[in-house]
Design a protein around this ligand. Structure first.
Ligand code: NI
Length: 139
């Protein structure tokens, strides 16, 4: 039996960089999706990835992977300052110069989940961070 659920739908308006939208639409089209479906999928993935992380208590180990634009003034220094102030939960860091502008930074972390979350949030809020992925395993 096919059950049609009566879910209410909300319309939203968001601002995104033009090149990001172009790239997004291209990928969406090649998958045969429409933009709304793809945004819904992205939102669900986002929730899967982040919601549990922001609720758990206890300790964890993991990585924070970042791609950033090293030409943004003050960003490298700010990233270093933040890493110094979280020295108690950072085990090591790996920096790869991807191309002329982009740097790839992997920070290995181990400690209280709350502290890892705080570090990830602080890093994500910096201007020039293009992508941030937090992967944790409970320890
Ligand atoms: Ni670099």
């Amino acid at each position: 039996m096919f059950v049609v659920s009566e879910k209410s739908v909300s319309r939203i308006s968001v601002s995104v960089p033009t090149d990001l939208l172009t790239e997004f639409d291209k990928t969406v089209a090649s998958m045969g999706y429409d933009r709304s479906k793809a945004v819904q999928l992205s939102m669900r993935n986002f929730l899967t990835e982040y919601s549990w992380t922001y609720k758990e208590k206890g300790t964890a180990a993991g990585t924070i992977t970042i791609i950033y634009d090293h030409e943004v003034r003050g960003l490298e220094e700010s990233l270093t300052d933040t890493q110094h102030s979280y020295g108690d939960i950072i085990s090591s860091a790996l920096h790869i110069h991807l191309d002329e502008r982009n740097c790839f930074l992997v920070i290995a972390v181990k400690g209280q989940i709350k502290a890892i979350q705080k570090l990830a949030k602080e890093l994500m809020s910096k201007r020039g961070i293009k992508q941030l992925k937090l992967i944790t395993v409970l320890s």
